[in-house]
Design a protein. Structure first.
Length: 170
């Protein structure tokens, strides 16, 4: 669910929810969901906003957080993109810079009080789109997130990713 922020052009706020329940043997590691990371590769072909996926949890290492069942809620503020004009040359020029700020609450193993965990993160991501040779676009993404869990030290994570060569004619 999302909505535009009043009196702020092209700025939106989104709430994203997901829930999951495993029905396998609880003692098997194969019966768990695993959360962690921005989910971007260093060189990627997917959307730069992988932190939105259900199993992403920036601030934690990839697959660091196991859960037999979970409830995840993310609040995301997408700031107005900065459009760039008259910057660069004919062979390479930036088109926009887009920024997002997000915070997530992940509740895991809520059916068993002894294993219940509440894990939080807060982070930001900035994407810069570059057009090369008039037709090929690339997106450079940089992100930072902090994971906070009761009783454990907070952890930080940086992300740098390059989405390679999408065709502008599509």
């Amino acid at each position: 669910m999302g909505f535009l922020i009043p009196n702020t052009r092209n700025t939106s706020f989104w709430i994203r929810n997901s829930i999951g329940q495993s029905f396998g043997d609880r003692s098997s590691g194969l019966s768990n969901f695993y959360f962690g990371g921005f989910r971007n590769n260093y060189v990627d072909w997917q959307s730069p906003e992988q932190y939105r996926s259900a199993i992403a949890f920036p601030g934690a290492e990839i697959d660091e957080i196991p859960a037999y069942n979970y409830l995840k809620t993310m609040g995301e503020l997408n700031l107005r993109p900065i459009r760039l004009r008259n910057v660069g040359g004919t062979w390479m020029y930036p088109t926009y810079i887009k920024s997002s700020v997000f915070a997530t609450h992940l509740m895991t193993n809520f059916d068993k009080a002894a294993d219940l965990a509440h894990i939080f993160n807060v982070g930001a991501q900035m994407d810069i789109q570059l057009v090369m040779f008039s037709y090929l676009k690339t997106t450079w993404s940089v992100g930072y997130a902090k994971k906070i869990e009761n009783g454990l030290p907070a952890t930080n994570q940086w992300m740098l990713s390059l989405k390679l060569l999408g065709d502008l004619t599509k």
